[in-house]
Structure formats: C-alpha cells, structure tokens
Design a protein around this ligand. Sequence first.
Ligand SMILES: *Cc1c(COP(=O)(O)O)cnc(C)c1O
Length: 458
Amino acid sequence: MPLDHVPALLARATEALEEQFRALPAFEPELAGASDTDRMAEVLQRVAERLGDNYPYFHPLYAGQMLKPPHPVARAAYALAMAINPNNHALDGGRASSAMETEAVAEIARMFGWAERYLGHLTSSGTIANLEALWVCGQIAPGKRIVGSEQAHYTHQRISSVLKLGYTPIAADRHGKMDLNALESELRNGDVGTVVATLGTTAIGAVDPLDQILALRDKYGFRIHADAAYGGYFKLIQQHLDEPARRAFEAIALADSIVVDPHKHGLQPYGCGCVLFRDPAVGRFYKHDSPYTYFSSKELHLGEISLECSRAGAAAVALWATQRMLPLVPEGEFAQGLQKGRQAALDLDRWLRNHSAFTTLATGLPELDIVVWKAVAVDAAGASKTANDIFVESALRGLHLAFVQLPLIWFQSGQIAIAESRATVTCLRSVLMKPEHEAWIGSICATLQSAIEAAQGR
Ligand SMILES: *Cc1c(COP(=O)(O)O)cnc(C)c1O
C-alpha cells in the first residue's frame, strides 16, 4: 500500500506529544522483554505471518462483506493515542479524548440535522449503540413491544430479549423494506412501544420507509429508532439516491434515536459505533452512583451518559482526526467516496441485469452500495449450488464475494403462489464500500465472467 509517508508523519507527531511530558523526572519503564528487540522482532514476524491468513480486505477485489479499510489518518491518530491509552469513561481517564469525542459526535449529529439539543456518544459497536437505544425505549415504555422488519439486524431480537422486552418481526416486502400494512396491523394492538426502522439493511442495503412510519407515529404514538449503523452516512448524498430512500433520509431528524457505525462507512478501526438521542432528557435514565466511579468534576463525564464503562479514547481521537481531514458535508471528499461506491453498485447491477446467467432483484436497483444476485438455474437448489461454485471460482481468481440467503420471490416478477413465498435461495452479495470499486468494476465483471464459465464447466 503506497502510504510510505505515514510513519514519518506519525514519528513527528509522537515527538511533539513526548515534548509535552519532558518536564517529568526520567524513569526506566518496567516492561518485561520490551528491550529484547530480537525477540520482539521475531514475535512480530510471526504476527505478520499469522495475519496473512485473511482475505485482502483493503484491496478493491475484496468485494464481499462490509469491510472498509480505515483512513491512514485514523490509523495514525489511533497509534498516536496509544502513547497515552486514554479511557473515555471519565474525564479523569481521558480528558482530551473525551472533548474530541464530544466534538466528533456533534459533527455526526449535525449531519443528521441535530444541532443544539440532542444527547449522544460513541460506543464500541453498532450492537451496543442499538442496545442503548432500545434500553432507553424500554425505560420510556416499560412492558411495551419492540417491532422491526424481518430484514432488520438480527441483534435487535436478541437485544430485546436481554432487555426482557417483547420483540415482533414485521414482514418485509419484495424490496426488503418493512411492509407498512403488516406494521399497521401490529400497531392496532396498542402495545407497540418502539418501531425500529433500518436505513440500509445489512443484507441488501434496503431503506425502510421512515417518512411513512412517521405518519403512522402521528396516528398510533410510539418511539422510532433509526438503525442506520450501515447506511447513516448516506445522509450526505441523499439527493443522489432514488426517491424512496431519499425521503427516508430526509426524515431521519424526526426519529427519536439514531445509530450509525463510524467503523463501517466512517473509515474507522473497529470499536467505533455511535448512538444519538433527539431528546437530551433521556440522560436521566443513565444516572448511577457507583463507589468505583472516579468522576472528579461537575463537567459531563461520558460515562454518565453511557451504558459501557471503559471505552477506547483512541477511537474518539481517530474519528476526530478523520473528520478534520474529511468533514461530513454533502459534496465533500468523504461524500464523493460514498457516491463512487454507489456508482460501482449501479454499474455492477446493470452488468448482471444484462447477463443471461444471472437474475437481479425483480423490484429495482440497489438503494445504496450493496448488490445481490441469483444464479439462473432450473430450481432454487441449483441456483444455490451455482452461487457456491461461482464464489469458489471467483476466489481462485482473486475476487472475493459474499453469500446471502434471500426469499426466492424477490427475484420473480408477476403473481407468486403463497406456497412459494417462504422459499429462500443462496445468492451472491457484494458490498462495494470502497471508492476504488468504481474504477475496478470492469475488472470485477471480467473476473465474474471467467468464474461463471468455469462454474458452468464443472
Ligand atoms: C452492522 C450492523 C449492525 C451491528 O453493528 P456492529 O457494529 O457490527 O455491532 C446493526 N445494524 C445494522 C443495520 C448493521 O448493518
């Protein structure tokens, strides 16, 4: 990877950091083995060898799961923070990094349209961020049910069970979006406390009709949690999305809580999710009084508004640095990167649509940057087997894809027999998250072509 200048920049910044602590009396760190450079080199050599047992996530020909390399400034800022290893639980453990977290989160909130009044913080993941949001829902409406589309992230059901809240999946339509009729019939029971709207499903990047769910909120009264762990940053390019997705993103500021994962599309190392609440008064639910806690001032400590205790201050530092380099603004460089991935998805989808060996979704184009397709075969079992063969043949040619299990009817047009409607098929899936994917689509299609020919010859 041509990033040779980064270590030198990091060394310079490390010196500047050390300068600030130079007045301290000198000491010898007691780190067993730390001066044994031969042994450390040997261990690191083995680490490098072990790490080779991975797919090349950083390369454009890795076009499978949701994996996007962190920005070099995020990696460098994270490494720089390791000289201090701050803990963002309390200001005592991470003063600068707590301030940087507050600033970085304010920029994310502003992206969604929340400027002054909101509450938010980073978490270790989207799952924990969703847990916090649903926990608040349970505090506000105890005993009421959570509902989310059957295409919502699988952890919502499990989180609800951890929180001892009822959870009901709502049918998804053939676009992979929450079916509003199915939702309304659940709402009529009167015991739904929260609707989880997914803006960018993990399987196909479908965007639930948040604008229409909001209209139902006026009628039935419930909280709306927007799980935008994957899709949140597409807010920046909403005007380039197709109308249903655009309308959902335009409405996102009206949700009660929002989750977005900087470690998915936000160019961050893992360990960086984010939860935001529209009403800062939900902070009262977090109140605690633990004898271990070392809150030493009246200023807000992030541990006072978070379910987690210790959290990586370095994650906040990396995010802050990245947002300095690439501000979260429409038409900015970061937004252009999202736009390129989306273009790559549209290009790949068009190629697949015109290919006799493949079938794409019957209902339309990819809404974000995730493409799914089915192999043409006499039946679902044959299509699943061919998908498997193509996956293997592609990998042999350096192209890495993913699988997804989807309802067969999503690929069929016209009337569908009820008996058929639950059948699923193994499909191929490609998440085109990297800006480089746009330039590499030709190569990806050529490799797929050669893989299908090899699969057909099997
Ligand atoms: C990835 C994802 C999650 C879970 O987030 P993690 O950071 O993997 O814990 C939740 N919801 C959606 C829609 C996701 O795509």
